[in-house]
Design a protein around this ligand. Sequence first.
Ligand code: 5AD
Ligand code: SF4
Length: 441
Amino acid sequence: MNKNKYYNIITYGCQMNEHDSERLAGMLEEMGYQHTEELADADIILLNTCIIRENAELKVFGKLGELKKYKRENPDLIIGIGGCMMQQDEPVDEVYKKYRHVDLIFGTHNIHHLPNLIKKIEETRERVVEVWDEEEGLIPDLPSQRDSDHSAWISIIQGCDNFCTYCIVPYVRGRERSRPVNSIVQEAERLAEEGVKEITLLGQNVNSYGNDLDNEINFPKLLEALNKVEKLKRIRFMTSHPRDFSDELLLQIKNLEKVANHIHLPVQSGSNKVLKEMNRGYTREYYISRVKKIQAEIPEAAVSTDFIVGFPGESEEDFEQTIELVKELNFDMAYTFIYSPRSGTPAARRDDQIDEKTKKDRLKRLMDLQNKISYDKNQKLIGSTQEILVTGPSSNDPEVYEGRTSTNKICFIEKNKDLIGELVKVRIEDAKSWTLEGTVI
Ligand code: 5AD
Ligand code: SF4
């Protein structure tokens, strides 16, 4: 008798990884596996890992240890680990040697080989390690098992060529490879036919989209093509590199009605010295002028950013430059990170690392300031009308529903099943640093 087979995927890290996990799930579903929330019921457990900061790695090793008990209870269970961490030799060695209950190790470039790798394990019952160094270009289009019926991610460019000196991504995700425009538009059309209202275009640097393709396509032109997809209501994208954020792109965001009013533009630091040492390719003044132009051209747009505090050699004066930049630009939101040395990157080799206490202290000062700015900005929205795409019950409180504004702010509304997947107008009644509350009008 054929028993139902179940899988579970545990994902760490960014939206790229979330989307890769959807594709891993899509392949497993095609193989006849069904999703289960219960790890104890799973026949396959996959970990899709992240290596961007040390705490991401620590979480993965912790989880691997925890999984041992499931293997003990069910020796047929297949445990696999893939993602960015497995593109580096050291963690692969460590997993292979110390976590004997792991059956499969794979990388970011061969996720489409998952079915073959699993079949190999099923047939031989031997451990399989297959990590590629990229040679084979783009990962082909794969089926996705999406969580949401109304929002979907579309990968438009893989890899990164920027080599910021702190960042491990170019080493684990490879060089920039753009996906052909037709394949992106076709995917968007198919998703829209299936009822998807909102797409988010993904890439480490979406603004370099098309640089490696032969035709005349670039990111603003891609947005224009996608704006024509009927039934699609909203187009989001991330991440933009400030150096490549062109006026042409700004105008498209302003003029194309489906492109959301949200720009995520990581600055990392407000100090020219630090920016140079990070190899970011722009100055503080250039960045400020870009954001001011966005704010002048599209006053309703929200700008968010990323910061790293405690980069090697960052002095108190450097950090104060960051604080001043935050005060000047009034970001809607910021993700703030403590610098984490990543083995193999130039910044990790420096001998002027900042001590943990200073890093934590700077993080707190920056977060306190940004939280206050975000709070004040959101308070000003009270009384305004916003359009939100309702996604369903809030993860914290299922009695409340949530959706996002065009500016990417989370807005809670009253529970109403009929609104899921709808774009609705709400009046903002209350606001905190990270969330809004509204009533449907
Ligand atoms: N340490 C801390 N933060 C990092 N980021 C990237 N690499 C590191 C690192 N080594 C942050 C950057 C980037 C975001 C996705 O993660 O701010 O924009
Ligand atoms: Fe990392 Fe810089 Fe590329 Fe972003 S642009 S992925 S921070 S190397």
